[in-house]
Write a protein that binds this ligand. Sequence first.
Ligand SMILES: CCCCCCCCCCCCC/C=C/C(=O)SCCNC(=O)CCNC(=O)[C@H](O)C(C)(C)COP(=O)(O)OP(=O)(O)OC[C@H]1O[C@@H](n2cnc3c(N)ncnc32)[C@H](O)[C@@H]1OP(=O)(O)O
Length: 717
Amino acid sequence: MAEYNRVSECVGLITLRNPPVNALSVSQGIVHTMQRALSDPNVKSVVICGQNGIFCGGADIKEFGSNMTGPTLIQMIHAIESANKPVVAAIEGSALGGGLELALGCHYRIAHSKSRLGLPEVSLGLLPAAGGSQRLPRLIGVPAALNLITTGRHVTAAEALQLGIVDQVTDHNTVDAAVKFALSVAGRSLDPRRISTHPCPQQPDLDALFEEVMQKVRQSARGAIAPIACVQAVRAAATLPYAQGIERERELMATLFTSGQARALQYCFFAERAVGRWRMPSGARWDTSKPRPVQKAAVIGLGTMGRGITVALAQTGLSVIAVETQEKQLMEAKQAISGMLERGAKRRGVAPALDRVIYSQNIQAVADVDLVIEAVFEDIALKTKVFQQLSAACKPGTLLCTNTSALDVDQLASETPNPELVVGMHFFAPAHVMKLLEVVYGPRSSPQAVATAMQLGKKMGKASVAVGNCRGFVGNRMLKPYIEEAFFLLEEGATPELVDQALEEFGFPMGVFRMSDLSGLDVGWRVRKGDGLVEPGTASGRSARIRQGRRYSPLGDLLCEEGRFGQKTGRGWYQYDKPGSRVARSDPWLHSFLGAYRAQHGLVARRIDHQEVLERCLYALINEGFHILDDGIAAGPEDIDVIYVSGYGWPRHCGGPMFYANMVGLAKVLERLEHYQQLHPEVPHLQPSSLLRRLVASGSPPIHKWEEAIKKLHSQL
Ligand SMILES: CCCCCCCCCCCCC/C=C/C(=O)SCCNC(=O)CCNC(=O)[C@H](O)C(C)(C)COP(=O)(O)OP(=O)(O)OC[C@H]1O[C@@H](n2cnc3c(N)ncnc32)[C@H](O)[C@@H]1OP(=O)(O)O
């Protein structure tokens, strides 16, 4: 776990060994090796490094749920800082969380130029509770420490040097540089190097600073408790002696450590990694399916989505052929894409990848690409034509991907001579910014096609999730009952403001109505028209609100008939100063419209509270998630949760819809769905899924056991 060697005759070298990231385990034995180094009379100084080019990824997150016994990290770091021989941290790869805290306990820090450092505990629902919240502000000052600790961001070695976190940066062998450095400081007084013994650097107007930061953090935290505790811990560092500060750090950590939010955030950390280990119902899996290399790609159709996808591909280092058949649109797209590439490059401090994109009006230009992403208008006839053209134009083996969000991937595949080469790559707008990618496979998609799309998604920095083909795939399929419940709540007496407030207090960045105004009400209207649901708005009464045998709310259609498409028209569920403006204001017209609508349909408005909004919208969405699991469209709850957290604004500290259901209790979700279903029998999405019932009947296993339970339950059917 921690290996000890003597090098250059008088330097004790401690190497952390705990693959893959040298996470600090309670059983690691660093204390023991440290004692060995300190008691060795031949050793004049000590270097701590990590094996395989990574210093340390922090405390072992997997141990958090278990019974942790052994010397605490804090005691170990204290022992290092108190040592009477200089201890130098040789930082390569990452020094994160407890890893950086360990380095802060050392007397000196030497970092490789490519290493990254940070205290990301906040993103796991925790705070740097191995003295990090007390040492970092003492070392680099309160404002910089607050920034790092409350955001959890990683800094480069160059920034760490500038901030004063490290003493030296090297491009060469870090351990060699640290050993040399350790020899040069042997025998020097260590008092100035013990960070905990110093006060924080003076800071004028401390109270005002903390007030300002606390306000900012509360706003952006959207209900998360860890960022607030982080501010409180740093405040303790700035105002209390170290011993008392550490006590405060411990108290705050004790509250966070056992919180549901910490469990949810740590679940998200592992879920994001688990979705990379995808598998298909056919038995094909990530570890047995070899992706094809993709160096050259093409994007067909340069509307909003196509432009974003082109930028994302070019920024990943691929050569891209961007095709748009109309000359004017092609020129406009070229200008927009170049602008996005230039702005992105400026932000990242690199040269813009303008010459990676070749523009063409001719689909034949795709002849030698490895992969094509089609992003033309959502029209099955048009997409079919494009797929047929692509099949004829591309070299054999080219992967054909569609960015459709609503059409049938299998149907498109069946239009090509090689359906095994077809998958969906469902990006979210703006495609070069949004983290989520749904990789949609059909029954005939080859494992290699899925592996290639998944690998490309990963390269693009996306949270890529492999899902089966169905209407709306996973994300949009679950969104439908959520939006419908919100409409029904308006009919029954709620307002858009009330519904949005409940959802935003829950942690969504935007409630359903503000979101719908942003994305455009006409999008859903077009889909509903296509489904034959939209009728002229003159009929009244209950029967006018039953369509295709189930409850239907025409409210969204009626707003569209008024030309209220949301932000782009300056009117939607809210009003805006002008078309395109983003600040939503309550609209008296909407409220009287709702009153008139209810009167026309004989609906009596009743008082609706936040709890009902949350239960009806969220449980309807969760219920659809159980259907999706039962249908095998998502392989496990993690897939659904990653989709919702990374693409739909579900608050990360609630873990995603399926984790949330697990936290609330499956029996409670079932009971509330049954309750609402009795009240609204004409709403099928409130009918509890059979999987949810079966899981409750089998004793509500915890989420990590669902897969096993689902398999067992399926085999019993
Ligand atoms: C009841 C009262 C109690 C009171 C208080 C008790 C206190 C006790 C606790 C004291 C703790 C003190 C405070 C310290 C806290 C921490 O240190 S929390 C951890 C902070 N560190 C992080 O958040 C870093 C997380 N890791 C990463 O960001 C990345 O993994 C990486 C290090 C940058 C490497 O990235 P990459 O190369 O892309 O690899 P990955 O795929 O991400 O990871 C590879 C595998 O390693 C696993 N892993 C990574 N980090 C950890 C970790 N810290 N612990 C355990 N496992 C880790 C990751 O899951 C991958 O695993 P596989 O998916 O199985 O391959």
